[in-house]
Design a protein around this ligand. Structure first.
Ligand code: ATP
Length: 333
């Protein structure tokens, strides 16, 4: 029998006046895994986290976290979760250590326990040297590591991370990613929201893509990418040769686009395994001279574009789900 998920939401809706922040979303996170909730600004990510962490009430639907109902058993839910929010309420004028001790005490630890836990977390998150500096002197990366530590003071089995690396430089991001991965190998269950496709790709076991308060796709990163219809073949010819399109026809899964100068050919392909070599051989047999053959695997960017008709970093509310998007949604859900 399948284990009960650590986080489970069914049909969550939330309206703010005329704004529909959530239009009925379902989520499920098995114990010891990472769910990435991916979506552009305003998609409803923070609202979902606020409901799951008992900071907001849903208008409709229900959710359980660590086996407790988020509305009927909010106090129990709070005892079992850690939250690292974008606007974590740490005190700029306290040191890193004082902040962690304060959070520990507010969470019900005795002072001695809170101090011991703070020391352990500072060590673990590589902040021991900065422990006695006031928070306002911390870099963005140090600050995020302290946010993470603060979410873990009570050793919660479930952790919510709202955009854990927004605003960090690339090195600090990779550093925080490593720490997040380690948490799951300790058995923690994690829900993280992100606007970054590479972050979801790297960290999440499963991804739900939300847009305008709805789940528009879900699956592993590989499944989402596969559902875009596979990879793209790009061939650069030494000189334009009309025979090339014919020679490629048996490998491609759609029309072959030719560049203005006639040298670059581009087409979707279903399977990419061993393809480049086979294509070079076929072109060679057809007497076509080739400079380069590349098989480009779809990125999550391609997935997002196929689903919504816009890039993940574009906030404009365009038409959702063009023809490709609808087909893709059908394939995934
Ligand atoms: P971001 O990445 O910008 O944080 P998000 O995906 O987390 O975006 P939400 O913050 O959940 O999105 O917002 C979803 C929608 O609900 C947005 O249109 C937002 O303006 C609206 N909204 C959220 N909170 C409130 C509120 N307290 N009052 C009114 N509208 C709200």
């Amino acid at each position: 029998m399948a284990e009960t998920p650590m986080i489970e939401a069914r049909g969550l809706t939330k309206r703010y006046g005329p704004v529909v922040a959530l239009a009925g979303i379902d989520l499920e996170v098995p114990a010891g895994s990472i769910l990435g909730v991916l979506g552009p600004n305003g998609a409803g990510k923070t609202t979902a986290v606020r409901i799951l962490t008992t900071l907001a009430l849903p208008d409709e639907g229900h959710a359980q976290v660590a086996g407790f109902d988020v509305t009927a058993q909010a106090a129990e839910v709070r005892k079992h979760i850690g939250v690292t929010a974008q606007d974590a309420t740490l005190d700029e004028l306290l040191t890193g250590r004082q902040n962690l001790v304060m959070v520990g005490e507010l969470s019900g630890l005795r002072r001695s326990q809170a101090k011991a836990r703070a020391a352990e977390l500072l060590e673990r998150f590589d902040l021991a040297d900065a422990a006695n500096r006031v928070l306002k002197t911390y870099s963005g990366g140090m600050r995020r590591r302290l946010d993470l530590a603060a979410g873990l003071t009570t050793r919660p089995p479930v952790l919510f991370l709202d955009e854990p690396t927004t605003g960090l430089d690339p090195t600090s991001r990779v550093n925080v990613w490593g720490l997040i991965r380690d948490l799951v190998s300790d058995g923690l269950t994690l829900l993280l929201t992100t606007q970054y496709l590479d972050e979801a790709d790297y960290l999440a076991d499963r991804i739900v893509v939300i847009d305008h308060g709805r789940v528009i796709a879900e699956g592993s990163s590989q499944e989402l990418k596969a559902a875009t219809g596979g990879a793209t073949l790009e061939v650069t010819l030494t000189t334009p040769q009309a025979e090339a399109v014919d020679a490629l026809s048996r490998f491609v899964a759609g029309p072959v686009h030719t560049s203005h100068d006639g040298r670059r050919l581009r087409a979707p392909v279903r399977s990419a395994s061993g393809l480049a070599t086979t294509v070079v051989r076929a072109l060679d047999e057809a007497g076509v001279l080739v400079d380069d053959v590349e098989v480009h695997q779809p990125s999550l960017d391609d997935v997002f574009f196929a689903l919504t008709g816009r890039g993940a970093d574009e906030t404009a509310h365009g038409e959702v789900a063009d023809v490709a998007g609808v087909a893709l949604e059908g394939a995934i859900r």
